[in-house]
Design a protein around this ligand. Structure first.
Ligand code: FRU
Length: 468
């Protein structure tokens, strides 16, 4: 097992594996007060390797109890790639004996092809691979990441599967026998690369109408583009998804490089999503020691109207905490003509929330005595800019250290007063602008904790400690 670095960067409230490597969240299921999280996992080292599913549970989406490895590679069918889970209410699969089973659907990644398989459990801890696997056979090289959901139109199960340059949809009455019902994306993809990790679900728009959201992760060759997520807005007719609200530019879910393969929970009464908060481009070189990989905060998704355009907004589930205003200080002279108001406050340790309520453009800086600084700006041009070029250790990987991966810019598409909520947990900064209509998730490795927050611009700064 590789060990790296000498600071403990393990976040308090973000899921991490006890040791080894983790990438995508898998099998997100809520049942009777328990949130299940499975994760792509390689237990033997802190880089990507033969994939297993690791399992953890939580009752608050913040603190996770490790339940070990749920699924192991199969000698014949292959590694256990990403997928999803459901509670098979009514035992449609017939795989339950004493109780409705939890059914996981995942990709068996073989040497020459990827196929879909299932496993089931009554105790929700031990999972038995179905004897008739795979349940969707294929000879395709890229055919993976099944996301199962209840089909409200045909009143059956459906699954979305990424298949190279498209998403495919299948339906089933029993989670075992599947028939293809449609496909989407060849014309509509605005990013390129291979589609991965689909998700498809309805949300209610501000005008009360139902809009279906299709999430796609796009694995594009690094360095340019990297690995990004886009979403499409439209309708699902029970057979396929159609984009009825096209956008001239890609709709990007998260403007940071550290949110990928995000999918939502099955069984919750809200639409809750989490993503892998690291990039395959540089993730395994990071200085986190015995573990590598973490999940974003779990976020509630809603549709919001931004300047006449419908946008997916994300707001995190965080523990209750108080906020205190940081004092307004003397104006800071920027140049001979202009003096900007400023506020400054001490940060409470390594887990905190900073809020900026600004009249317009502003700059927020988190810094420490080592001269490191993470800088978040709302520019005059109304771009959210996150700059981690001086935020901490970066030389562990040339791309992480490059300008391309250090400064991230996302358009706001509106004007006027702005609110920024920035949550920090040891090595991860999650920035939510205007109620999460623009989001940036970025990992950083300060050599000492940040101790100060300072705000430049017209507005207020408040700071809160979040309980561990
Ligand atoms: C996305 C992904 C998935 C695949 C898994 C393998 O990060 O490439 O498409 O199932 O990771 O670990």
């Amino acid at each position: 097992m590789t060990t790296k670095g000498n600071r403990d960067y393990r976040p308090f409230l973000h899921y991490t594996p006890p040791y080894g490597w983790t990438n995508d969240p898998n099998g997100l299921v809520y049942e009777d007060g328990t949130w299940h999280l499975f994760a792509q996992h390689y237990p033997d080292d802190t880089h990507w390797g033969p994939m297993h599913w690791r399992h953890a549970v939580s009752d608050d989406l913040l603190h996770w109890k490790d339940l070990g490895i749920a699924l192991y590679p199969d000698e014949v069918l292959g590694l256990i790639f990403s997928g999803s889970g459901v509670i098979d209410a009514g035992n449609t699969s017939g795989l339950g004996v004493a109780r409705d089973p939890m059914v996981l659907m995942y990709t068996h990644a073989g040497r020459t092809c990827q196929q879909q398989s299932i496993a089931f459990s009554e105790d929700r801890v031990h999972f038995t691979p179905y004897a008739g696997n795979p349940v969707i056979k294929s000879d395709k090289v890229n055919f993976r990441d099944p996301k199962v959901f209840k089909n409200p139109v045909l009143n059956c199960w459906s699954v979305a599967i990424s298949a190279d340059d498209r998403m495919e949809f299948y339906a089933s009455d029993d989670l075992i026998h599947w028939r293809k019902t449609g496909e989407f994306g060849v014309e509509e993809d605005r990013l390129g690369g291979v589609f991965e990790c689909p998700d498809l679900f309805p949300l209610t728009a501000p005008d009360g109408s139902e809009v279906w959201v299709l999430i796609a992760s796009n694995g594009m060759p690094a360095p340019f583009g990297g690995f990004r997520m886009q979403y499409f807005l439209g309708q699902f007719d029970g057979y396929t998804f159609r984009e009825t609200l096209p956008s001239p530019r890609p709709r990007i879910l998260d403007s940071g490089y550290d949110d990928y393969a995000a999918v939502t929970y099955y069984g919750a009464d809200r639409r809750l999503m989490t993503g892998w908060a690291e990039s395959i481009v540089y993730g395994s070189d990071g200085p986190t020691g015995e573990f590598c990989g973490l999940m974003t905060f779990v976020r509630e998704l809603t549709l919001k109207d931004v300047g006449g355009d419908l946008r997916l907004a994300m707001e995190p589930v965080v523990p209750a905490h108080d906020m205190a205003p940081a004092p307004a200080g003397e104006p800071v002279a920027i140049n001979l003509r202009q003096k900007l108001p400023h506020a400054q406050g001490a940060l409470p340790g390594e887990l905190f929330h900073v809020r900026v309520e600004a009249e317009g453009a502003f700059q927020l800086t988190l810094s420490n005595d080592a001269g490191e600084a993470l800088v978040v700006t709302l520019s005059n041009e109304q771009n959210l800019v996150v700059d981690r070029s001086r935020a901490g250790a970066r030389d562990f990987n040339p791309l992480f250290a490059s300008g391309l991966y250090s400064v991230m810019t996302a358009p706001r598409h509106t004007y006027g007063p702005a609110t920024l909520d920035l949550y920090f947990d040891r090595m991860i900064a999650e920035a939510y602008l205007d109620g999460g209509t623009v989001v940036n998730t970025s990992i950083v490795f300060p050599e000492q904790p940040y101790t100060r927050a300072s705000l430049l611009g017209k507005g207020t700064l408040s700071i809160g400690a979040m309980p561990e």
